[in-house]
Design a protein around this ligand. Structure first.
Ligand code: AMP
Length: 368
């Protein structure tokens, strides 16, 4: 993966694939024109690499000229095709073969055809290294095509994204994978874990619950589990440095994830700051923090019920539950301001049927 300006691009065509396509076009043109002296007209800027490599493969008499046209701004074709340089040579009675790097909608081609329509050429042909047949309007015949490619934005081998990427030897495709990273926020018992289970399937996200990770470590009696146990048993928070390290490891174990739901993390401002910093190193960010709101008495009842089934010691004792709420009010509640200042805080009524609450969360996520 490479980054140009603000976008990521993934490898699409190797040097060898491009070379083979260039040779294919050159051989086909040679089969038709080797007994005369055609004029190749290269379309700048994008085609400069293709023109050069094509001519190295084309070992017969020919002339070479250039036009410069421009229609892209950033990622989108503006529809305005400007001619920046006209073909100056006398081309009357000659066979003209256009060398294009890419033909997509066909707007540039229309302009070229127009440009040569008054020149009284013997023949006018078009050779394009890349061709997006899916979007081409079909107005003119493309006589020679290197590779038919899908309608995705590409860079490299002469093609640019806002002027970067032209010097790449390979071709890269825009990586359109849009990541969503969510923090589910709320007091113990608010339903973060339950909702995360639904949301992770719906939006193809990886669910990371720091509470679950601690419990897994306690069950397996790891060093981390032993360390966390005393804090968790009292309903206290585990120290930041331990929790942050564990969370980072969990993210790093999932490099292919298309996004994360952080459940039970961050729980302190220091954790939130560490998370932002860590995600930035991976070119990721939190998109939204969604709080599930419910009042303490409802939550205490829910947790005591859950404790009967789950066997979690911290869910079975009301004084421990109240201590967890105190920890929340003191250390976690300030995160509301932290995320509000970043314009990322959303809140959802956490009381109701599970699917109703999932629906409320979905509405927030789909508007991101
Ligand atoms: P939970 O399952 O999210 O309610 O977490 C259970 C317990 O694990 C908490 O009461 C804390 O002791 C500990 N824990 C979970 N996440 C964190 C965190 N982000 N920071 C500190 N302690 C945590």
């Amino acid at each position: 993966m490479i980054k140009l300006h603000d976008k990521h691009f993934k490898p699409f065509l190797s040097e060898a694939q491009i070379k083979a396509a260039v040779k294919k076009v050159a051989d086909q043109v040679a089969a038709d024109y080797k007994d005369e002296t055609p004029i190749f007209v290269g379309v700048l800027n994008g085609a400069f690499m293709f023109i050069s490599d094509f001519l190295k493969e084309y070992q017969y008499p020919c002339e070479v000229s250039f036009v410069k046209l421009s229609s892209y701004q950033g990622l989108t074709s503006t529809g305005i095709v400007e001619t920046l340089l006209d073909v100056s040579e006398n081309i009357e009675g000659c066979s003209v073969i256009i060398l294009e790097d890419i033909i997509d909608t066909g707007r540039t081609l229309k302009k070229l055809v127009h440009l040569f329509s008054k020149a009284n050429v013997k023949e006018f042909r078009v050779a394009s290294l890349f061709y997006k047949s899916e979007v081409y309007n079909g107005e003119y015949t493309i006589d020679y095509v290197g590779i038919d490619i899908p309608d995705k934005f590409i860079v490299g081998y002469g093609l640019d994204y806002n002027e970067l990427g032209r010097n790449l030897r390979e071709v890269y495709q825009l990586n359109q994978k849009h990541m969503i990273n969510l923090v589910l926020f709320g007091k113990p018992g608010a339903g973060k874990g339950t909702q995360a289970e639904f949301l992770k399937d719906k939006y193809n996200l990886k669910h990371i619950s720091t509470g679950d990770l601690f419990r897994f470590n306690m069950k397996n009696d790891t060093e981390l589990g032993k360390l966390a146990k005393s804090y968790i048993d009292r309903g206290d928070l585990v120290p930041d440095e331990v929790t942050i390290k564990m969370l980072q490891d969990a993210v790093e174990k999932n490099p292919e994830a298309s996004g994360f739901i952080f459940d039970g993390f961050p729980r302190t401002v220091a954790q939130a700051e560490a998370l932002d910093k860590f995600l930035a190193t991976k070119d990721m960010k939190i998109d939204a923090t969604i709080a599930l709101e419910a009042n303490d008495e409802v939550l205490i009842q829910r947790l005591l019920e859950r404790g009967k089934v789950s066997g979690r010691s911290d869910d079975q004792d009301e004084s421990k539950i109240r201590n967890r709420f105190d920890e929340y009010n003191e250390k976690t509640a300030p995160l509301k301001d932290f995320y509000e200042n970043q314009g990322k805080f959303h809140s959802v009524n956490g009381i109701g049927a599970i699917d109703e609450i999932t629906h409320r969360l979905g509405k927030v996520i789909e508007e991101l």
